[in-house]
Design a protein around this ligand. Structure first.
Ligand code: ATP
Length: 248
């Protein structure tokens, strides 16, 4: 079924330091309630695309110099990143940015800081996060810096959920994790998507796992979308098989 787009990126160009053209006209759309994956090798421009959407390029001396980004039909370019969070879009950065000196639970609670809907609702969502990630419940009193890579990735996703988003931009959740854990994390993403109707834009180098869990996908090469389609079709595409799935 064709669903209405929640996020529309239309032909964006991103330049770093006024000279380095990194995105050369990227267009993509994330349907409401869908999981969309953005694939590509190292340096293809996945992180840059996510940061362009959540307006986090400024601190990197990067800027969107062309094109448009719309969330629910409204332009979000040039807005304060915190405003986007209030509107329901949150980014989980690559490399699991947990506060190392806070406990797992304190980290999760920092995700709720922008909320105005009261303690009861926040407490209920903390329980929801622990239901999705039982491992985080076990580790809730542990200092995040002493938890494993997988637990920190879970903590970062859990913290994003605590802001009650409508859409999560997830940057390489599989990075540095053992295959079994990657599988677990994607299973949880899938159940959150199905149960809460949350939309995901998921940047990944792990094409195999991403195309199994996503509904639609885009492949980036050197700042351009070179292929796009339903994940099931991309999985069967001979070029994707040869160059991204390691089969031919
Ligand atoms: P990775 O898997 O390494 O995160 P990626 O697909 O996410 O790769 P980006 O991080 O978006 O790729 O990088 C795209 C290109 O932009 C790379 O060539 C990178 O060197 C360059 N780049 C990224 N950040 C900056 C920056 N702050 N200043 C200049 N160039 C940058």
């Amino acid at each position: 079924p064709i669903r209405e787009p929640l996020l529309e990126v239309n032909n964006i160009e991103v330049i770093y330091n006024h000279v380095i053209l990194v995105l050369k006209g990227v267009s993509l759309s994330v349907p409401k309630g869908g999981i969309t994956t953005l694939l590509g090798g190292n340096g293809a421009g996945k992180t840059t695309t996510l940061k362009a959407i959540s307006n986090l390029l400024q601190s990197e001396r990067g800027a969107v110099t062309k094109g448009s980004i719309k969330y629910k039909g409204e332009t979000v370019q040039g807005r304060d990143p915190a405003e986007l969070v209030r509107r329901g879009v949150i980014q989980v950065m690559e490399g699991r940015h947990c506060f190392q000196h806070l406990t797992v639970e304190e980290n999760l609670m920092t995700g709720a800081y922008t909320r105005r809907d009261g303690k009861g609702a926040v407490a209920a969502d903390l329980e929801m996060v622990y239901d999705y990630f039982p491992r985080l419940r076990e580790r809730r009193k542990s200092q995040a810096g002493y938890t494993s890579g997988g637990e920190q990735q879970m903590c970062a996703i859990g913290r994003a959920l605590m802001s009650r988003p409508e859409m999560i931009l997830l940057d390489e959740p599989s990075m540095g994790l053992a295959p079994q854990l990657v599988e677990q994390i994607f299973e949880i993403v899938k159940s959150v998507n199905e149960a809460e109707g949350l939309s995901f834009l998921l940047a990944e180098q792990n094409t195999n796992v991403a195309l199994r869990f996503a509904h639609t996908g885009y492949i980036l090469e050197s700042g351009r979308v070179v292929m796009e389609g339903l994940a099931a079709d991309l999985r069967e595409n001979p070029d994707v098989k040869e160059f991204y799935l390691g089969m031919s």
